[in-house]
Design a protein around this ligand. Sequence first.
Ligand SMILES: [Zn+2]
Length: 219
Amino acid sequence: MTRALAAVAAAIMMFATASSAEPVYRVETEQKVVAITFDDGPHPKKTAKILAVLEKYGAAATFFVVGKNAEYYPDVICEVVSAGHEVANHTYSHATLGRCGADKIEREILSAEESILSACGAKTKLLRPPEGSCSREVMNVASRLGYSVILWNIDTRDWAHKGAEEIVENVKKNVRPGSIILFHDYTVGENHTVDALEKVLCHLSEEGYGFVTVGELIG
Ligand SMILES: [Zn+2]
């Protein structure tokens, strides 16, 4: 395949991914960029610590927010937006969407959208189904509501209380241009997310990676 044809094929592949016919795990790109993402916030303590680390490295990130948490902590979600990060939809009640019918899926997405919009004025257009629980129904409803469904290709497993070093090794081994990396601003029990984030950003910066939002990554 000639270089020109390869470029066209890559562009078509990116378009196909971004059209939300299928969930996006990673984006094909030759640019050395990754999208760092945080699920389950906002959290009254952890989110501020995450914002401070992101600021130190000049990194943009995407926060997949639970609608009811946006209602509990509107000030925190406003800080995320003011810092220039992207806010996205992680359902209203952290529902396992893959087990829900179309009506429930739609309610979960739209209720979260409304809560986030009234908390911080941001209209969401990216959906991450909790636990990555997806189905054809989820894809159809999301697409009808104008949402792209975003998963990840690197799970840091911070939710499983992995140590910072282990998280960094996992990222080093699996990172590629266009990677989408999953962290959490809230997990049940202690986690090493903030320490691990600092180490990951430090390593990836040294490797020449830039940090973009998912919206920027999928174009
Ligand atoms: Zn979640």
